[in-house]
Design a protein around this ligand. Structure first.
Ligand SMILES: N[C@@H](CCC(=O)N[C@@H](CS)C(=O)NCC(=O)O)C(=O)O
Length: 214
């Protein structure tokens, strides 16, 4: 099986990257520079007409949407145990993942791309600040979920990888997230995993490559 992950540094393609590493999958990345608009080229739009990363290309066939990609990885590599075994927890994990994608992620985009939310002059700061407040409300919920827990479920799952990206991306907007002690501890545990160490190395390498090809 040939796997290629459409990937951009700091973007949400980090989550499937972590999971592919957790699964010891043999894969390569197709590095897409969002800053240069490479997600909008005709070649990339043939892979994902929505013009987003991630996309996972499986034997030439593209799969899009983070939730679907992560569940595909979990199913393709059962030995990696990337979803809860208990059937109700399985659906609860999908619930957390879906919330990362449709609840938290839009609040991150609101801060990163305020111009997409209003074309009124001087509105950007207010849009970003509302996004940040909403993100904090969501992180407070996650903090509650992670109280006295190592992972969202009884072992590391896709939900941990997806939330880790959300919390990491949130931190990049500069507001002090240390109030979310359990999320912070979760992040520390994530950073100790070989998959996340490999991700951070790859992310840096791609950033350097992008800066050299500007
Ligand atoms: N619904 C998509 C959203 C993916 C998404 O928004 N990806 C961002 C990076 S984090 C992206 O490609 N943005 C490019 C753009 O919107 O121009 C998913 O869950 O995979």
């Amino acid at each position: 099986m040939k796997l290629k992950l459409a990937y951009c540094p700091t973007a949400c393609s980090m989550a499937p990257y972590i999971l592919l590493k957790e699964a010891s999958a043999d894969f390569e990345t197709m590095d897409i520079n969002l800053g240069k608009g490479e997600h909008l080229t005709p070649e990339y739009l043939r892979i994902n007409p929505k013009g987003k990363v991630p996309a996972l290309i499986v034997d030439g066939k593209p799969l899009t949407e983070n939730l679907a990609i992560q569940l595909w990885i979990a199913q393709a590599y059962p030995q990696a145990n990337l979803m809860p075994k208990d059937s109700f927890d399985y659906f609860k994990a999908i619930s957390v993942m879906s919330w990362c994608g449709s609840g938290i992620h839009p609040k991150l985009t609101q801060q990163a791309r305020p111009e997409r939310y209003s074309n009124l002059p001087s509105s950007a700061e207010s849009i970003k600040s509302l996004g940040s407040d909403a993100m904090f409300e969501l992180f407070a919920i996650a903090n509650e979920m992670l109280t006295d827990r190592e992972w969202f479920f009884d072992h590391f799952t896709c939900a941990d990888a997806y939330f880790c990206w959300c919390f990491k991306r949130g931190a990049a907007f500069g507001r002090d997230q240390s109030v979310f002690e359990h999320c912070q501890n979760h992040m520390t545990r994530m950073e100790q995993r070989a998959s996340v160490k490999a991700l951070m190395m790859h992310d840096e390498e791609v950033k350097i490559h992008f800066s050299q090809t500007q």
